[in-house]
Design a protein around this ligand. Structure first.
Ligand SMILES: [Zn+2]
Length: 66
């Protein structure tokens, strides 16, 4: 599925196809099947991106049934 992120490096927002989404039950952080790729900066870790408001909504929808 596609989730909207903001890159902390270039401050740009982008849609990234993260594949399947699951949740780490200890940290409650999402786990993505695919890598996060910023169109400008390339591969990013979860710590290098923010979820946008749109992305948070998309993530909530993706994980609500887990
Ligand atoms: Zn970037």
């Amino acid at each position: 599925m596609e989730i909207n992120f903001e890159c902390k490096k270039c401050k740009g927002t982008f849609d990234c196809d993260v594949g399947k989404v699951s949740m780490n039950e200890e940290t409650f952080r999402p786990i993505f099947e695919e890598k996060l790729i910023c169109p400008k900066c390339g591969e990013l870790t979860m710590d290098e991106v923010f979820l946008t408001e749109l992305g948070q909504g998309q993530l909530t929808e993706a994980t609500i049934n887990l």
